[in-house]
Design a protein around this ligand. Structure first.
Ligand code: ZN
Length: 134
């Protein structure tokens, strides 16, 4: 069902600061910074081999990322796995009683189809699924 870890999402107070470490100290090249207004976040990705690291900064006090940092501090926010067919995966998960945040795919960063699984069903780790580019 899962192809690979697509990316790991890290909640940060400052994208600029996070970028500086990965860019200058680790020598990686960032994607363009992209606001995702529907989720009240701004994101930037660094490709590492076949996976990516996603940094998320809240763009409003109401942003889930701002609230996450207030509660838990900066750190790993979610893990994203790539699947071949997102709709099919979601319907299979729902049939087996898994609690989904998104019952159908929505559009995330880079216009990709994504959906989140509730941490209650995944040992406390917010889990994102994304569909393989076709
Ligand atoms: Zn993500």
């Amino acid at each position: 069902m899962l192809n690979k870890i697509d990316h790991i999402g890290i909640a940060v107070k400052s994208l600029e600061k996070a970028k500086e470490f990965y860019e200058k100290s680790l020598g990686l090249t960032p994607s363009p910074v992209e606001p995702v207004p529907s989720q009240m976040v701004t994101t930037v990705f660094f490709k590492i081999g076949d996976s990516k690291i996603e940094f998320l900064e809240g763009s409003s006090p109401e942003s889930p990322i701002t609230k996450f940092i207030e509660k838990k501090g900066e750190g790993i926010h979610h893990i994203c796995y790539e699947v071949d067919d997102l709709e099919e995966t979601l319907s299979e998960l729902q049939k087996s009683g898994i609690q989904l945040i998104d019952k159908s795919p929505r559009v995330g960063a880079h216009g990709k189809k994504i959906a989140f699984i509730h941490p209650k069903s995944t040992n406390g780790i917010l889990t994102e699924l994304t569909e393989k580019d076709k």
